[in-house]
Structures are given as C-alpha cells and as structure tokens.
Design a protein around this ligand. Sequence first.
Ligand code: C5P
Length: 287
Amino acid sequence: MTLTLRAYAKINLYLDILEKRDDGYHDLVTVMQSVSLHDTVTLSRRQDDEIRLLESNVSSIPAEKNLVVRAARAYFAASGDPFGVDISLQKTIPMAAGVGGGSADAAAVLRGLNQLDHNRFKNADLAKIGAELGADIPFCIYGGTALCRGIGEVILPAQNNLDGAVVLAIAGESVSTPDAFGAWDRQMAASKKTENAPDGLLGALQVGDLAGVSACLYNAFEAVIEPIRPAVSALKKMMLNAGATAACMSGSGPSVFGLFADDNAAAQAAAALQANGIAAYPCHFIL
Ligand code: C5P
C-alpha cells in the first residue's frame, strides 16, 4: 500500500517571543498559516520491518532526512507495533529558511504512518509525538491557520476567511534558529515586558480583511535579524515595490513573504523578483 501526502510550508503572520524558559526554549505567541508551497512525501508499506529513506530529488538534506526518519521511529515507539516503510521525499520548500520545511515533512510522515496504521492515533496524539522532535511539527499536523503558544505546541485553530495570495522569497544566507533566539536573548530579552495578543490580526483574518491583516503582520525576530541580514530589509522593500500589501520575515528568517490582492498579482510579483535573480515562490493560503 502506497500513500502520497503534501507537506505544506508555513509562514508566521505574527510571531512574538515572550521569554526564555528553564529548558532553554522560548515561549512564543505566533499565528501560523499553511501555504500551498509543498514537499511531497510518499510512504509504502514494506514486507519486512525496516524504515528506508529512498533517494529524494535533493542531494544534501541531512537535517530533513534525519527528521523524517526520526519521525517514523518516534511513531513506532509510540504505537509499539512497528511495520516496515519506504519513505521518499520530493523537496520544493526552501531549507533552513523559516518556513517549516523539515517540520512539514516530519508531520506528513506521522500523518501518513497513522493512515497506514488504520488511524490508531488522533491528531492530538500525533502532535504530541511530533512536539518531541520539533516545536513547529504540532502545527504542521493540523495545518490551516492557528494561534500557537507555549513553544508552539499549544494550538488554537483560528477562523480565516482570507483567501490570501502570497509570494515567499529567500534573502541571502540561511539563519540558524538557535542563533536567532540567542541574538534575541542578548539584545531584546530585557526590553520585553508584556504579552501582546494578536487580536487585531485574528479579527481581520476572521472577516477576510486583507488591509487589516496587512497592517498587523509582525515578527519579533526582524529586530535582531535585519541588522545582520540587510538582504531581508531589501527584499521586503522589493516585495512592496512589486505590489505587496505588506511584507514580513517568516520564522527566524531569512525568508520574506508578501501578501497580494490575488493569485495573479502574486504570480506577476514572483516573476519580477525571479527576473532579479531571487528565489521566489507564488503560493496561497491553505485554509
Ligand atoms: O524545536 P526546533 O528543533 O524547531 O528548535 C530548534 C531550536 O530553536 C531549539 O533547540 C531552541 O534552541 C530554539 N527554539 C526556542 N524556542 C522555541 C522553538 C525553538 O528557543 N519556541
């Protein structure tokens, strides 16, 4: 039996960092949104009990490969009833860019194994298994639009009536997530006092108000990443010049996304960015 799943990238429409916890992670308030840019994960049951990662289309994806195999092992550790599986991974989502590619792949493996396993687990159980492997994996199990707290694992699905058109683009060298949190600790932790709930953003999403959503995009990492990655600020400006209603960094960067009036406007902007040598992907919200 073979199963093919889409592993959707995510963007952070809002990302605030609250404080560093005793375990070294940071409490966040973030609104995550799945977008149509996706990897493809194929799972086939094997006759024996081996987990095999077949060749994928990208030669060097150690972190993603590792996370996919670890997800399968974690699934079988939780079920106590392992079976063999071939996993193949077709990557499209840019790696180490703040758009959750590795987390999406791992979540797709957990969802797919559960399907092959006659839906033994509920999504909440899969999210718990995934949380042990990465903070963004629980969101990727559910997808859509959600307000996430804790380290990202406390998930409240949000109503969204905005059929958002997006361009995702990559600015310069990748950023390591632990380094980005470290920079925030050094520069910003002392100035953080109150928790801001993203009520304006959630209200605008609920009524499908693009201007309202555009006015509320926020990412606390921009304050520490833009000074060391000037390409991020430059790309945000290019997005706006190409017709975006707003542009913001995603996750710990350096990817930048722009929101657009419709898919046609997004496709034109992506083409304009590509003409300037920038990796740009037109996509839209997955609701
Ligand atoms: O969980 P994940 O592997 O995505 O996180 C990578 C690193 O980012 C963690 O080891 C931690 O240093 C940092 N992190 C954090 N707070 C979060 C998520 C990640 O400090 N909420």
